[in-house]
Design a protein around this ligand. Structure first.
Ligand code: ADP
Length: 450
């Protein structure tokens, strides 16, 4: 029999006795007595329920405070006491783990801030307090942008694109450089991690300065050596064929080194964060017409080159940098396309975005190499790159120029089937002036249709 029926047994007995007594004595008196006993039972249960309710406010597990330890109520209290004991144990365990976790995160050299769904500070460790000037006790609940007020940081947070970290300069910390990484999680919550990268940045600056200085120092001697070698070759003062060949070789190598030095200097200029981007209106059509002429002379009639201008839109950016990026892609197309190959230079605007692309029918690139092309000195075919006068820095320069213009590059290629290098410019850099103009040429022939 389960506890429910067991607890009803006294009531059944009481009712049975009342019925029998009712048959033998005065039913009114028996009913009165029966009701009084029932009322007593109800009062007992209501009292115990009240005691339970009070006990639940602050459950104390010592036996003396458990309200009733007999019958059904005893079982209820015993079960509740078990739950409370288990809950207390789990809570204690959780508190210990939480404390351990907090101690561990506090010991982290990285700052950690937990941001709520409205970007309000919910918790931070001591490194974050130091990095961002926070005070956990006072700043909990404050919006993070009230504590880190830099306009660029606010824009970064509002843009919601956290694929790249944010570099924050903290004047409070003697211009320390903090790398801020935001990791969204859960229901619109975020983890903000700050890392002090001042030391690495200093090493990086030293590396850049070293390359820039060495390149700069090499420039003059190389120009002098190259100049003398050319003069010697032009003056025909050297008669022996072997000596002439040696001079030619020296002159070629001096030219190659000069090109390398120039590319290294261009790269360090682009890498220098202090070098702000010149924001000017770039007449892409004019620029591409000039580059098209350069491509013709570089190709010397060995390729069919066309220029397709589907838009007269201008670009907002640095003309010199864009020229250098476009020039590199065009010269690659000429250098990696065999004779009689087809090359097209294209400019258009699609869905508000500017697109410049160079298509060639050249040697193409194996898919494995494509993700690494913009690395410095990465060449698919080293000897071919050297033979055609490459420095291995062209696409690294392109990548830096594009980063500075918030543009992206897409490469599609098929080994033996040619390549397409596409550059996408964001809509806010495109200044549309719609017009259709196409210039086509094959070899020395030039044709224009408006
Ligand atoms: P390089 O000076 O060697 O040309 P780049 O940085 O300009 O250096 O290019 C890197 C490598 O990418 C090149 O060495 C070449 O192997 C490959 N590459 C670039 N453009 C093309 C192209 N249009 N067709 C085939 N391969 C290309």
């Amino acid at each position: 029999m389960n506890t429910f029926w067991l607890s009803l047994v006294p009531v059944f007995w009481l009712t049975l006795i009342a019925v029998l007594a009712g048959m033998m004595f005065d039913p009114a008196i028996v009913l009165g007595l029966y009701s009084v006993i029932l009322l007593g039972i109800v009062i007992y249960h209501v009292r115990t329920l009240h005691a339970l309710e009070e006990w639940l406010h602050q459950p104390d597990l010592s036996c003396s405070t458990i309200p009733d330890r007999s019958g059904l109520w005893g079982m209820v209290f015993a079960r509740l006491a078990r739950f409370v004991r288990r809950y207390d144990k789990e809570r204690l365990g959780l508190n210990t783990s939480l404390e351990r976790l907090q101690r561990a995160t506090s010991a982290l050299p990285e700052g950690v801030v937990i941001l709520g769904d409205q970007d309000q500070i919910e918790w931070c460790n001591s490194a974050a307090e130091l990095h961002l000037g926070l005070n956990l006790g006072m700043d909990t609940g404050q919006h993070i942008t009230r504590m880190v007020r830099q306009v660029r940081f606010v824009a970064y947070l509002e843009a919601g694109d956290f694929s790249k970290p944010f570099l924050l300069k903290q004047s409070r910390l003697h211009d320390a450089l903090l790398l801020i990484q935001i990791v969204p999680y859960g229901d619109r919550e975020k983890l903000l991690i700050s890392r002090d990268v001042t030391r690495f940045e200093k090493i990086e600056i030293m590396r850049r300065d070293f390359i820039a200085n060495v390149s700069h120092e090499l420039r003059t001697p190389l120009t002098v050596i190259g100049g003398f070698l050319e003069t010697l070759l032009e003056d025909n003062k050297i008669s022996g064929e072997m000596e002439k060949n040696a001079l030619r070789l020296m002159s070629d190598q001096a030219t190659r080194m000069r090109r390398l030095v120039e590319d290294l200097l261009t790269l360090s200029r682009l890498e220098n964060a202090g070098n702000n981007l010149v924001e000017e209106k770039v007449d892409v059509v004019k620029l591409l017409q000039e580059l098209y002429q350069e491509a013709q002379s570089l190709s010397s009639g060995r390729h069919v080159i066309s220029l397709n201008l589907a838009s007269h839109a201008m670009l907002l950016g640095s003309e010199d940098e864009l020229r250098s990026a476009f020039e590199n892609l065009i010269s690659n197309a000429v250098r990696y396309t065999p004779e009689n190959g087809i090359i097209s230079l294209n400019w258009a605007v699609e869905s508000g975005k500017g697109i410049f692309y160079v298509q060639d029918s050249g040697i193409g690139i194996e898919p494995d190499h494509i993700p690494r092309l913009t690395e410095r000195f990465y060449r698919v075919d080293r000897s071919r790159s050297r033979e055609t006068g490459g420095t291995g820095l062209g696409l690294a320069i392109v990548k830096h120029v594009l980063n500075r213009h918030q543009a992206s590059m897409e490469v599609t290629s098929q080994p033996g089937g040619g390549s397409v290098f596409r550059i996408w410019f964001p809509a806010n850099r495109v200044m549309p002036v719609e017009a259709i103009c196409e210039i086509k040429s094959s070899g020395a022939h030039l044709e224009e249709s408006a």
